[in-house]
Design a protein around this ligand. Structure first.
Ligand SMILES: Cc1cc2nc3c(=O)[nH]c(=O)nc-3n(C[C@H](O)[C@H](O)[C@H](O)COP(=O)(O)OP(=O)(O)OC[C@H]3O[C@@H](n4cnc5c(N)ncnc54)[C@H](O)[C@@H]3O)c2cc1C
Length: 507
């Protein structure tokens, strides 16, 4: 009996089983795909002139049910965003992508670095805006640009514009909106978040009202910005700050409205926020703080024309951007088990949900934040990348350590040519305890969070690469710092040196 024939018989004789040898946590659909020894045999077989992938396509997969729409069934990732792109890279690095991995996504594009959408993507058209394929993952971390051709070359099956609408945990299948039935051995949910919206009844769907989560949203916004004169941004968080900075380049009459008393309330201290607000104001951006929106009003042609506040006042607008946060896209995955306190799909330190063979990564995952001993859901790209890599490594190797994430947030704005000032801040750690601010924003500023004498978090604006490099070390090691010394530091450089010295003292 030829080797190939023997293998086909083996394949058809296998039932769905878990194979601890090949994937510790995943479920395998077919013995051959889960058997490293088989891979070795096929790859090295001198008698076989056909490739490994072709073999599976033509024989093993065909020998199983043909009623499934995906050819690659061993690993299926739902969602094609940041986490999916980095997970794909990890599968490739482990030699486990070709003919095995399928990515099914709502979007029309291969995974890309989503933060670009409110940064380079929104530069005015004469200022060299970022466009795909320029920012496909994994360029954001200095990696290869994974264009649609990259996925083809690596044997990764991509199903575009076809969101998953349901899963059958018992049968290990997923259905898509177009009616496709997909089979999976291991499922990784990487559906991210969707932008929180204003209800339709208060004008949340009027023409000229925008939300920004994906390329399609950003393109629609750009077509409005081209005609816009009066822009209102609702929300004083990341999206609000980043879009307002872009609007300065578009020379629009821009107002930011938010209910809190300062920008970036969840992270910035009032005095730090003030520095940024002053910069925006110097560039013509207006703020209405402590205000809530009653409704968005339309003109006679049905297009948004004004924003009405609860206090009765009205702000004219021909374009409105709502940046009021995002919700985890748990859609058809609620059965996997949601976390009540932080939302999202509950996972353990290896991104395993409560259902064997199903994982969740990125924005949608509620995971144990080991350092601070609490559950967390992190909507930032650094976590999307790291969670993807950690999950795939745990899945495919003997790696068993729990994810140990150090929270890291950043933003970069005003980076277009001719900008009044480039802004680039990074934050590492936990923003708890009292704060010490050093520097006057000209040219730098730093804020240190200190709790029980320990340095817990640091934010630095406009640091040098070496200075930024110090931040994660400080936040991770949490040295005891001399508060009075830090308070009396005459510059950011001096303050960072004091913090660095406290690290040495801790050794
Ligand atoms: C405009 C913007 C700017 C940002 N800027 C920053 C920043 O400056 N710094 C920072 O750290 N973070 C930033 N973020 C956050 C960062 O982009 C996210 O944390 C990161 O993209 C999360 O990766 P993810 O893969 O979990 O989700 P996403 O990248 O959102 O990808 C999820 C994908 O799943 C798809 N999907 C959803 N449901 C389904 C379904 N049922 N079936 C199939 N596909 C589905 C979505 O369409 C999307 O393609 C920004 C986010 C946005 C929207």
């Amino acid at each position: 009996m030829s080797q190939v024939r023997r293998l086909i018989i083996m394949a058809s004789g296998c039932s769905i089983s878990s194979n601890p040898m090949s994937f510790k946590h995943g479920l395998s659909l077919w013995c051959p795909q889960s058997s490293p020894s088989l891979h070795r045999t096929l790859r090295s077989s001198p008698s076989s002139s056909i490739g490994f992938k072709t073999f599976f396509r033509n024989h093993v997969v065909a020998a199983s049910s043909s009623s499934f729409a995906n050819e690659n069934r061993e690993y299926v990732i739902v969602g094609g965003g940041n986490a999916a792109g980095y997970a794909a890279r990890s599968f490739v690095e482990h030699g486990m992508a070709d003919g095995r991995l399928c990515i099914v996504t709502r979007e029309a594009y291969a995974p890309y670095e989503r933060p670009a959408l409110t940064k380079g993507y929104l530069f005015p058209l004469d200022k060299n805006p970022a466009r795909l394929p320029g920012f496909h993952t994994c360029v954001g971390s200095g990696g290869e640009r994974q264009t649609p051709d990259w996925y083809k070359e690596k044997g990764i099956e991509m199903l575009y514009e076809d969101p998953v609408t349901g899963i059958d945990i018992e049968k290990q299948t997923a259905t898509t909106i177009s009616g496709k039935l997909l089979k999976y051995g291991t499922l990784i949910v990487a559906t991210g978040c969707s932008a929180s919206r204003f209800p339709e009844k208060i004008g949340g769907n009027l023409p000229g009202v925008h939300y920004i989560r994906d390329v399609a949203d950003a393109d629609s916004l750009i077509s409005s910005l081209e005609k816009a004169r009066k822009l209102v941004i609702v929300g004083g968080g990341y999206i609000g700050m980043e879009v307002a900075a872009a609007a300065v380049a578009w020379k629009l009459d821009t107002t930011i409205i938010f209910p809190e008393n300062h920008l970036m309330k969840r992270l910035f201290t009032p005095s730090l926020a003030q520095k940024y607000e002053e910069l925006y104001q110097e560039n013509g951006v207006k703020f209405i703080k402590g205000a809530s929106i009653k409704n968005l009003e339309a003109s006679s042609d049905g297009h948004v024309a004004a924003v009405k506040l609860e206090n009765g006042s009205t702000v004219e607008a021909d374009t409105v951007i709502i940046g009021i946060g995002a919700k985890p896209a748990v859609g058809p995955f609620e059965r996997l088990g949601l976390n009540n306190s932080v939302g999202g799909i509950q996972v353990d330190g290896q991104f395993r949900t409560g259902i064997p063979g199903i994982f969740a990564i990125g924005d949608v995952a509620a995971f144990p934040l080991k350092m601070y001993n609490r559950m967390a859901r992190v909507e930032h790209v650094d976590h999307a990348r790291r969670s993807a890599q950690h999950c795939v490594k745990s899945l495919l190797t003997a790696h068993t350590s729990s994810y140990d994430y150090l929270p890291y947030f950043y933003s970069r704005v005003f980076e277009y040519e001719g900008s009044p000032r480039k802004i680039w801040w990074q934050f590492f750690g936990d923003n708890v305890g009292e704060t010490i601010q050093v520097g006057n924003f000209d040219p730098k500023i730093a804020t240190f969070w200190i709790d029980s004498g320990k340095l817990k978090g640091v934010l630095l604006e406009s640091g040098s690469p070496e200075e930024f490099q110090l931040l994660p070390e400080l936040a991770k090691r949490q040295p005891i710092v001399d508060k009075s010394k830090l308070q009396s530091a005459s510059s950011v450089e001096e303050a960072l040196e004091i913090a660095r010295t406290s690290l040495q003292a801790a050794v």
